[in-house]
Design a protein around this ligand. Structure first.
Ligand code: DLL
Length: 435
């Protein structure tokens, strides 16, 4: 049975949604123009006045915002309310060297809780469930975002945070946790640790996992679901927009529903920054209409995905974005070819002999880019059979070449040789000096 947290918004007709978005955009533009000097300056420079924005279609007249605006106004310059109204801060590290600092009023925290409650309700979390929150608590939004959402739904919330995997497993088992939220890479590590500790997955009551904060492939999902016997839901978000709770998956698994009554998505051609049609890959930008402290206008996420506005079989009409394939700034360009780590992951997980632990080392020898893929062997791989290992390397090399169109060196590593992470996985080391 389908359940919704806020059916009015999750299932409203496209016409109603457009009308709501138009009304909210008009209000929001006036709000930021009056309260945030940085937005006022940018709009003045672009020759756009709040009165020019009459409906959601006019959004294309507004200038974009990006991480450089946040760096320029660091730490509080984009806040639209006085500090007396701010009740919480979060931050994430950016590539500009300065943290991206965001603030929440009490109403913003309510909105966050509801956005996460929609996410969890789509994955059937309810009263009586016990939610093990294993995202980091702190400035990272994962821990508290999961926490507020689980409490909103009325589930028992276990604020575990990261670290000490053995203890985490003991908690999972002894507390009878029925749901978990963490990164997909940590989930697979938990599965591996369960096996090492000799705990049978049947001793654990977990039914569902709400996994996100980093790209993960369908193959990784299949591996997690098989090893832990749980159902997983992909959850997407970013600090600047609110944290987790921006978009979530339902049982249909045909994309992630965007909470577009609050966070308006646009998909843009990364070169022209003009909107692309539904189904075409582009860069995702968000406008946050309803946040009091940290409203956002056309913020460029750098995440790449497609969008669909077709209603979903689950009954939700909220637009769906595809699983983000990666970020334009994480994309590797190797010998002129665009490569996303997730494409390599898909190839590696296609073979039973390799594990989901891998590292990509990109270097430059003379004028030539090189790619080395280090991958751990699965426990069951015939490590001692030289011929079998040679064949495996060959097969991987050829699969990578036919998928990516570039050659790579393959280095097979013994099980458990790469470092494990509790948060987001770091799999790429680019040794080229491209600056
Ligand atoms: O990762 C918020 C979050 C916490 C989302 C817990 C989901 C669960 P940031 O640290 O600001 O915020 O990183 C945001 O992570 O722009 C994407 O590139 C990536 N990302 C987040 N969720 C997904 C996902 C949190 N489900 C950046 N799939 C985003 C792919 C994701 N990438």
């Amino acid at each position: 049975m389908n359940q919704y947290w806020e059916p009015k918004y999750e299932t409203m007709s496209r016409d109603e949604m457009t009308a709501l978005q138009s009304e909210r955009l008009v209000k929001c533009v006036q709000y930021v123009y009056d309260r945030v000097p940085h937005y006022r300056r940018k709009m003045d420079a672009a020759g756009v006045a709040p009165g020019d924005i009459r409906s959601i279609e006019d959004i294309v007249k507004l200038p974009f915002t990006d991480k450089f605006d946040l760096a320029e106004t660091y730490p509080y310059g984009m806040f639209a309310v006085p500090m007396e109204e701010v009740v919480e801060l979060h931050a994430s590290s950016g590539t500009t060297g300065k943290q991206k600092v965001v603030g929440y009023t009490r109403a913003d925290l309510e909105l966050w809780g509801d956005s996460m409650a929609r996410t969890f309700t789509a994955g059937h979390l309810q009263k009586g469930d016990i939610m093990h929150v294993s995202y980091g608590y702190g400035l990272f939004t994962g821990g508290l975002g999961g926490h507020y959402g689980a409490q909103r739904v009325g589930a028992v919330t276990v604020p575990v945070g990261t670290g000490n995997t053995k203890r985490q497993i003991q908690i999972l088992r002894d507390f009878g946790c029925t749901a978990i939220c963490c990164t997909p890479s940590y989930m697979i590590y938990i599965a591996e640790s369960l096996e090492q500790m000799g705990v049978d997955p049947s001793e654990i009551k977990l039914k569902s996992g709400f996994l996100g904060a980093e790209p993960w492939t369908p193959a990784m999902r299949a591996e997690i679901e098989r090893r832990l016997n749980i159902r997983t839901y992909d959850i997407y978000g970013l600090t600047e927009v609110i944290g987790p709770g921006v978009a979530f998956e339902c049982d249909e698994r045909t994309g992630l529903h965007v909470n577009e009554d609050h966070f308006y998505p646009e998909i843009l051609d990364p070169d022209t920054l003009l909107p692309v049609p539904d189904g075409v890959l582009g860069e995702l930008a968000f406008t946050c209409f309803t946040k009091e402290c940290f409203p956002l206008i056309r913020y460029r996420t750098r995440d790449l995905c497609t969008i669909s506005h077709e209603p979903c079989a689950c009954g939700r009409t909220l637009a769906r974005i595809s699983k983000p394939v990666g970020r334009s700034d994480d994309m590797l360009i190797i010998r002129g070819v665009n490569v996303f780590p997730s494409q390599i992951e898909a190839v590696l997980l296609d073979l039973p002999e390799t594990s989901p632990y891998y590292a990509l080392i990109v270097d430059r020898v003379g004028a030539l880019d090189t790619l080395e893929i280090q991958v751990e062997l699965a426990e069951t791989a015939p490590v001692d059979e030289v011929r079998a290992m040679e064949n495996l390397s060959k097969k991987l090399r050829s699969n990578i070449e036919s998928t990516l169109g570039i050659a790579a060196q393959i280095k097979l590593l013994p099980p458990h040789s790469l470092p494990r992470v509790e948060g987001k996985a770091k799999r790429v080391e680019d040794r080229r000096n491209l600056k």
